[in-house]
Design a protein. Structure first.
Length: 255
């Protein structure tokens, strides 16, 4: 029986074996992203007193001087609270999307390529906006400063980095592009037998709730806006786990 044009699918058996290594890497990246290098891990650390792993302050550092003090007191705590894990997470997301491109490229090449481009551009924007390593280096220079004038200069530079990191449009743009890429990929999954509908629906909910943040941003109070990424979190956990499981399956298929 012929498949209707509006429900074109790609048989799992037709998956190109040359992508096998990338499927394995993508599966490992998906599990690592959801179990270890989670997005907003710094918030988890602050809410749960360092998760018993590190010592964290009772409150977020105030201004560049506060962050410099934290970096000097504990370099690891400073790096983690300043979103080091988010940087790793975005890198892992790039590997996931490359693997998904390989798995779904024959279903809707244009849409999957668009999703991949959105994801990679978003990741590049994030890496250019995240100031974790720059702030760590600046804190070392602040600690080594020999005069108050030098310290004041480094504090001013730190405030500029802090503004880019926490208030710059780059962070929001990167998140929007990656969520949009995830939504596009999830919709393509609905038209493919490579991934089941549960995976597609989990992805639509995870990325749809995440994008809801941007729709609600002008209208919802700042204290309540985080309900959207919080609501998306369990669906993203499920989505990544289902993606990892399927990518491992694809990697075992012999051409």
């Amino acid at each position: 029986m012929r498949t209707p044009k509006n429900q074109q699918t790609v048989p799992v058996e037709s998956v190109d074996a040359t992508w096998r290594a990338l499927y394995i890497i993508g599966g490992i990246a998906a599990l690592t992203a959801v179990l270890v290098f989670r997005r907003y891990f710094s918030v988890e650390l602050m809410q749960f007193n360092g998760l018993g792993l590190i010592s964290v302050p009772d409150d977020w550092p105030a201004g560049a001087a506060g962050w410099f003090a934290l970096f000097q007191e504990s370099k690891l705590a400073g790096l983690l609270l300043f979103d080091l894990f988010d940087m790793v997470n975005y890198g892992l997301v790039g590997l996931i999307f490359l693997a998904l491109y390989g798995a779904l490229r024959a279903v809707n090449p244009g849409a999957v390529l668009l999703a991949l481009i959105c994801a990679l551009v978003g990741i590049a924007v994030y890496f250019s906006s995240n100031q974790t390593m720059a702030m760590s280096h600046l804190s070392d220079r602040f600690a080594a400063a020999a005069s108050e004038v030098e310290r004041a200069t480094f504090v001013a530079a730190g405030e500029a980095l802090l503004a880019i990191h926490t208030q710059g449009t780059g962070m929001l743009l990167s998140l929007f592009l990656v969520l949009l890429a995830g939504l596009i990929i999830s919709i393509v999954m609905l038209r493919s037998v490579v991934f089941n509908k549960a995976t597609a629906i989990a992805g639509i909910l995870a990325n749809g709730f995440g994008l809801g943040y941007f729709v609600a941003l002008p209208f919802v109070p700042a204290d309540d806006i985080w309900i959207f990424p919080t609501s998306s979190a369990p669906f993203r956990v499920l989505w990544y786990i289902l993606i990892a499981f399927k990518l491992y399956q694809l990697a075992r298929i012999k051409k």
